[in-house]
Design a protein around this ligand. Structure first.
Ligand code: ZN
Length: 245
């Protein structure tokens, strides 16, 4: 099975459309969605509509999905995130709110090789940034490959016989997935990248070939920024898209 891996779309329809257009060159893919379809961006309904039309393999919820549909009170959010959760909740249609409510918590095993989660396999809200986090995540994962999101930055690490190895997750670099090692991969964010590269991120997993590859694609950032300003969302959310921070 071959998969299109999407994470942290964050209601950015311009980035999402660019990713879907670019991903078409990889042929038929089924979708794995790692959470945070909405929040921060201005087009939650358009993103969910587009998403529901895709051939879905599996999806998990993110913390912003929970806040937008009322499963979480956003108490732990900073001011900007809380403001965006309130605007998003106001924009969502009842059907889309119900869809977000129906999303399962990760981790979710999708095959003998792969599981997906939003933050980390031991806690859907935990962030995997560094060596220590990666070791915890690798030990907690139940499959050779654990795909995660939440930090909005591409990242990959492998554990083989207690040896941790950081793996290059740069665009186009083919990462080997094998049943005899443990691997965690973050493909980055579709709608709000934070690694200094403003281009939208996604990944392609080919389970038969045992490969995982991250990609980046340019999209009309100004259009997404204009939507954010029109929706009355905090200006910081528009500015950061241009910086990829
Ligand atoms: Zn996110």
């Amino acid at each position: 099975m071959r998969y299109l891996v999407l994470s942290d779309v964050h209601a950015n329809i311009d980035a999402f459309d660019a990713v879907l257009a670019d991903a078409a060159r990889h042929g038929d893919l089924r979708v794995l969605m790692l959470g945070d379809l909405v929040g921060y961006g201005a087009a939650p309904n358009a993103v969910i509509e587009r998403f529901l039309a895709l051939p879905l393999a599996a999806a998990v919820r993110g913390n912003h999905d929970r806040a937008a549909c009322g499963l979480d009170d956003a108490e732990s959010f900073n001011d900007v995130a809380r403001a965006s959760a309130a605007v998003t909740a106001g924009l969502l249609t009842a059907a889309h709110r119900d869809y977000l409510k129906s999303l399962p918590a990760g981790p979710l095993a999708i095959s003998p090789l792969t599981e997906i989660c939003h933050g980390a396999p031991f806690d859907e809200d935990a962030y995997v940034f560094d060596e220590m986090d990666a070791v915890y995540a690798l030990r907690a994962s139940s499959r050779p490959l654990c795909l995660f999101g939440h930090t909005h930055a591409p990242f990959a690490a492998r554990l083989r016989e207690d040896e941790l190895e950081f793996v290059d997750a740069s665009p186009g670099v083919v990462i080997t997935v094998s049943p005899d090692a443990r691997l965690v991969v973050n493909v980055g964010s579709v709608g709000q990248p934070r690694d200094g590269d403003p281009r939208a991120g996604y990944g392609v997993l080919d389970e038969e070939a045992g490969t995982m590859t991250c990609y980046r694609v340019e999209y009309p950032v100004e259009r997404a920024q204009a939507r954010i300003r029109e929706a009355g969302l905090p200006e910081a959310l528009a500015m950061r898209l241009a910086l990829g921070r």
